[in-house]
Design a binder for this molecule. Sequence first.
Ligand SMILES: [Zn+2]
Ligand SMILES: [Zn+2]
Ligand SMILES: [Zn+2]
Ligand SMILES: [Zn+2]
Ligand SMILES: [Zn+2]
Length: 484
Amino acid sequence: MASGAISQHTRELSEPSEPTLLDLLSNTLVLHHIVPHLPITSLLRVASASKALRGLIQHTPGVFRHVDLTSIHSAQVDIKAIDHGGEIWRNVQLDENLTEDDFYSGPLRGIFYNIGHFGVLQNVQTLVLDGLSVTAELVNEILVDPRFHVRILSIRDAKNLNERKLMQSLRYACRASREEGTPQLKGLYIFGKKDTPVLPAATSTASTPSARSASISIDWNHKSNHALKEAMTADGEDWYHKRGKMISRPIAEGWAETLLDCRSAINFDAVLCTGPRHQNSPALGRVPVLTVPGGRSPWSVATFALGGCNSCGCAPEGFTEYGESLAEQLPLLAPPPLHSSNPKNATRPQNIHADGKEPLRFVPRCWDCIRDRYCFSCDQWWCESCYQAPTDAELQAAQHVHIVEDTGSLSDHEAVATEPPKLKDPKIKRDCWECQTNCLDCIAQTQLHCRVCGGGYCIKHHEGSTMTHCDWCSARGRHIRELY
Ligand SMILES: [Zn+2]
Ligand SMILES: [Zn+2]
Ligand SMILES: [Zn+2]
Ligand SMILES: [Zn+2]
Ligand SMILES: [Zn+2]
């Protein structure tokens, strides 16, 4: 059969009933599935195309539930890049008597004002402001102003954010004497990294139909990247599936107390460390813990997700387990969900069904609670019940005995007096600065001794070294071979 005949036939059949965009979007199932993938600018552009579309988008509940402003050009103005040392802001202040907050939150307040006019601000339940200029005052407004009904807020990598002020606002909003049903905010993403933008943001200046459709398709691509990232997360990049460091940014003092105070009200994209040195730990006082330098706070934010201890398979405090632990002990998982603003869904691991009966769990720990007991190469660790690292005093005492023995001039009487204290076998050592702390198995594989000079080297970090020669000897060998 000729293909021309088929397409002719198809066209005749489909033409009378071909659905318009309005027909398609009038199906609320389709509409609700599509809109979270569209940036608000695209949505407003679609709304401006006809009166019917505007009516549909403006009056269908839930259309503006998930709003991501990170790709909006006017929100992205990087004040910090142009304002070295706050010079511009000071000039502006002299001229117009603005507050610092007015200045740094200006771009976002402008957008809120505009979409407020369109009547959508009060419908926003998930608001994504990652990487934008977001002041603590603005977040406080989102927390307490009745104009806002935001349940999940994401401000990862936000600029010009005074974290101390933000902590105060959060702790006040979650105080014991707060009004019932407040705060409306139930989830705050702040500790993780923002999702990496893959494509440049669409400009809002597109006016011709072709430019407009091009910019909509860029938006679509951006959003499918989001979907892709969500799918990648399903492959195991969250607290339950990844092992090792989860939060790389420094945690300001006061966050642990803030997490504690907000516990029954707000979930964060981080949880408290459950190590036995902390007051919130179920294992507090059950196992011996060493004091650590600077470890003053009785609470700490967990920055590592670990599996069970390499010896006992668990931890003195047990696991944080999805479906078993209290909801308030679960971290929000990135990225913020597109199709729900319920914090319960934001804490649900993506591939919960794929894993079958395998429990989804992890041990949340801060660095102080795993130093000298965690291997940065293979992510294995030993818990406090199974292993106590030698203390500095023990290491020093052992070293001192070696020095005394080396002199060889001691009488029998003296040698008995300095009977060497039994040094516990350390399971974790730091032989290479860059490898950080490693277990003995990993050290055996990476820290080698040169067959020529006998010096120690790291096969991973001493560039040019081989399995038999250190970097220096193998470079010299090459050099000598080149000479002759
Ligand atoms: Zn153990
Ligand atoms: Zn800890
Ligand atoms: Zn190394
Ligand atoms: Zn290891
Ligand atoms: Zn060598």
